[in-house]
Each structure stands twice: as C-alpha cells, then as structure tokens.
Design a protein around this ligand. Structure first.
Ligand code: HEC
Ligand code: HEC
Length: 206
C-alpha cells in the first residue's frame, strides 16, 4: 500500500518537474542567446549607467518592437546617442523578437535606489505628471498602447532625464521619425516653462 503511494508520488513529481525543468533550461538558453544585448543593458536587463543603456525589464512588447524598428531604420535619433543601438540591432534577427520579449517579460523590474526627494518635490511632481503626462502615459505611468506611449514607471531617473532632453532638444522625434515620436517631441517643446521636469522625474522614480 505504502509503496503504491510512493510510486504515485514519484510519477506525480516527474510530471510536475518536467515543465519546470524545461522552463529553466529555456531561460538559460535565452540568456545565452541574447547575452550580447545584456552586455550593455545589464544581466537582468536592469539598465546600465556606464553605457547609458536603459532598463529593458518589463518593457511593453509593442514598444520594444517599435523602438527596435526605429533603430533599424536609423530614425530614432539625429545625435550619436543611438549609434551603438543601431549597430546592435543589426545582430538581432527580427524573427527572434518574440523570444526576446518572452525573456524580458521574465525579468524582475528592479528599480534603482531613487534619489532622495522632499515631500514637496514629490507632490509637485505628482501634480505635474497628472496634469501633463498621465493622459498619454497612463495614470500609473504604465503606458498606453493605443496612444503608442510607453510605460515610464519602469525606467530609471537618469534615462528619463536623457530621453526627455532628447525630445526637447529635437534630437529624437524629428520629421523622419514615427508619428508617435514626433508627437512626444512636439509635446515636450510646447510645455509651459514653469513645469519643473526634475520634479516629475523624481516623482516617477520614487
Ligand atoms: C553597445 C551597447 C548596446 C548593446 C549591445 C545593445 N544596446 Fe540597446 N541601447 C543602448 C543604448 C546606449 C540605448 C539608448 C539609446 C538612446 O538613447 O536612444 C539603447 C536603447 C535600447 C532600446 C530603447 C529602450 C527605450 O526605452 O526606448 C531598446 C528597446 C534596446 N536598446 C534593445 C536592445 C536589444 C534588443 C539589444 C540586443 C539586440 C540591445 N539593445 C543591445 C546600448 C546597447
Ligand atoms: C500626447 C501624448 C503624450 C504626452 C502628453 C506625453 N507623452 Fe511622453 N511619449 C509619448 C509617445 C507617443 C512616446 C513614444 C515615442 C517614441 O516611440 O519614440 C513618448 C515617449 C516618452 C519618453 C521616452 C521613453 C523611452 O523609453 O524612451 C519619455 C521619457 C516621456 N515620453 C516622458 C513624458 C513626460 C515626462 C510627459 C509629461 C511632461 C510626457 N511624456 C507626456 C506621448 C506623450
């Protein structure tokens, strides 16, 4: 009787551990396959300040494809900032994108230690965000696919700052770019000067 019970347990364990095993092997092989992306973007796709590569963990699949398409077409930036990525994207076969998305979806979104901010600054930032950004980027900064606006909550403050600056200075979103990028550029340039973007960024990264 006991041995019959053990046999059943053994079989059940096999049945349950196989998919798990397959999953881990899968993740390992994907990590290997896309290691050339993670060299710059961080082993956990958490971003890397030394090469200014943004976090990719938790990136929306639709935004991953649209930004890769922009690098592929050479329309993301007019500045040298995007050159590395333009070269890197050539090493990625478009048909591998679904696998890459599956890998990035498994990565934990670890936030960097946010810089200290006062309560007043966070309140101003929350207000500025709600008034000027939430309509497109979502109330929780989770992104909005219909408006092609990516999530901002998963990004680090240094990258938010540099991406904002790229739009505002007109290096990103020029006439060659997608209409989404052009829209963000126009918007960033039309904002009242009394909106302190540092406050919004402090709010987003806290
Ligand atoms: C040599 C370093 C390097 C490598 C290798 C690299 N990247 Fe990047 N990546 C960057 C930098 C730097 C940026 C920011 C460029 C900018 O500001 O436009 C970036 C930006 C991106 C973005 C835009 C993210 C956003 O929030 O808009 C995506 C997506 C991306 N990389 C994916 C990849 C993938 C996929 C690979 C592997 C095929 C890869 N990267 C390899 C350096 C790199
Ligand atoms: C009218 C809609 C709209 C509004 C309002 C808007 N954005 Fe955007 N934003 C976009 C779109 C669309 C994109 C994607 C552009 C692209 O694909 O290159 C974007 C991209 C960005 C990015 C780049 C993210 C990345 O991963 O590279 C940042 C940073 C950003 N927005 C910040 C803001 C902030 C801060 C505000 C408020 C002050 C704001 N946006 C308001 C539409 C908007």
């Amino acid at each position: 009787m006991i041995s019959r019970f053990l046999q059943i347990m053994f079989v059940m364990q096999l049945v349950y551990s196989f998919p798990l095993l397959a999953q881990t092997v899968d993740k390992e092989s994907l990590l290997h396959k896309f290691s050339f992306c993670l060299v710059c973007h961080g082993y956990q796709a958490q971003g890397n300040t030394t090469v200014l590569a943004p976090p990719l963990a938790g990136i929306e699949p639709w935004y991953l494809s649209s930004s890769l398409a922009a690098y592929r077409a050479g329309t993301r930036h007019t500045s040298a900032k995007a050159l590395e990525m333009q070269a890197a994207v050539r090493m990625l076969d478009e048909s591998d994108e679904p696998q890459l998305m599956a890998l990035l979806a498994q990565m934990p979104t670890v936030r960097e230690e946010a810089e200290a901010a006062s309560i007043q600054q966070l309140e101003r930032g929350a207000q500025g965000y709600a008034q000027y950004c939430a309509a497109c980027h979502g109330v929780e900064a989770e992104g909005n696919e219909l408006l092609a606006a990516p999530g901002l909550a998963r990004l680090s403050s240094w990258y938010l700052q540099s991406a904002w600056q790229a739009f505002r200075e007109g290096n990103r979103g020029d006439s060659q770019a997608s209409s989404a990028a052009q829209q963000m550029r126009q918007y960033s340039q039309s904002l009242p000067t009394d909106l302190a973007i540092e406050d919004v960024i402090a709010f987003l990264s806290n």
